[in-house]
Ligand binder design. Structure first.
Ligand SMILES: [Fe+2]
Length: 333
């Protein structure tokens, strides 16, 4: 199964300085983003997994694999840096995804999965052509620094940063797949345990004084930003306490075992609507170990205790009725 159109990499280059970068820097940064995103898909066991819905509110991974290249080409056309399309059908089909916060915005799900996705080899071919075209645009377009929002180069930077955003999106979706559909790619290294020891007690730290915080990015900052990054505001934050570390799996497990997923009062309205839609009683990327007592998780349905797609609604690409998806990676803490 061919997935890579460049080099396998799990190394991420730092963001570019848009006041000093050269064309060579931009090419290297672009190739790194493109490579990084494709390398993530090496975790999928075979081509059939590209067509599985890891989450009924999102699209199958073949969409995300194609989407970043398509958006890049569409942005270059809008910016006037590219005149000719590669494939109008793809540039329509893979342009817009779903809004994961709108519970009924799952058009393909409602259609019963009738959207016909192309085969992986054809999408790989598209990504190869897109990569070549983008590199040619970078090579042929005159570069004036700094790159600002008014520059056509902003579209190039947007295409690159959009690819990097999707590294995160796709990695979450891949983690939601049944564990027998994924494998650890060669060269993948787990992140270091920075705390040194597992966090058993996540103590509270107090901020005893009112503090003024400034937020917002100045418009002349020499790095790419999305529109919500800009502007300026200042806030007075009263004294508060917060945990030393983000909530740990150990802590969250207590919440789950205590029935946190069945008590509406503990959720925001939006969160509860999602929980009901997802029909889950624990994080959707957790698998209950055999013998582990979360006895009624996903009650009334398939039930937990399996890490296998045999018990996941995600298995069959033609059947999107994943009312009980008990999928995910093991709880670790
Ligand atoms: Fe996107």
């Amino acid at each position: 199964m061919k997935i890579l159109t460049g080099q396998k990499t799990f190394k991420c280059l730092p963001p570019l300085n848009l006041a000093t970068c050269t064309k060579e820097d931009i090419k290297e940064y672009f190739n790194n983003s493109y490579d990084l995103n494709e390398s993530l898909f090496l975790a999928l066991k075979d081509e059939s997994v590209f067509y599985v819905y890891p989450d009924k509110l999102r699209l199958p991974l073949i969409f995300y694999y194609a989407h970043t290249a398509v958006v890049f080409i569409n942005k270059l056309i809008l910016a006037g840096l590219l005149r000719k399309r590669i494939n109008l059908e793809y540039e329509t089909m893979f342009e817009t995804g779903v809004n994961e916060l709108a519970w009924d915005d799952t058009e393909n799900y409602r259609l019963g999965g009738r959207l016909q996705w192309p085969c992986l080899a054809d999408v790989v071919k598209y990504r190869i052509e897109a990569r070549e075209l983008i590199l040619k645009v970078i090579e042929d377009t005159e570069l004036h620094l700094p790159i600002t929002m008014d520059s056509p180069w902003w579209a190039v930077m947007m295409g690159i940063e959009h690819e990097r955003v999707h590294v995160e999106t796709s990695s979450v979706l891949i983690r939601q797949l049944p564990v027998d559909m994924v494998s650890k790619p060669d060269g993948w290294k787990y992140g270091p345990l920075n705390a040194g020891e597992p966090v058993v007690k996540n103590k509270m730290l107090a901020q005893n004084e009112t503090t003024v915080v400034e937020i917002g990015k100045p418009s002349n900052h020499p790095s790419y930003g999305w529109d919500i990054d800009y502007g300026h505001d200042s806030w007075s934050v009263p004294p508060f306490e917060a945990n030393q570390f983000p909530v740990t799996n150990r802590e969250f497990l207590e919440f789950v075992k205590d029935g946190g997923y069945s008590q509406q009062a503990l959720w925001t309205h939006e969160g509860w609507t999602w929980r009901e839609s997802a029909e889950t009683k624990h994080p959707v990327f957790w698998v209950c170990r055999a013998g582990f007592d979360l006895s009624d998780c996903n009650g009334g349905g398939i039930g937990c205790g399996s890490s296998s797609s045999d018990e996941s609604g995600s298995r069959n690409k033609d059947s999107n009725s994943s009312s009980n998806t008990c999928i995910n990676v093991y709880i670790s803490y």
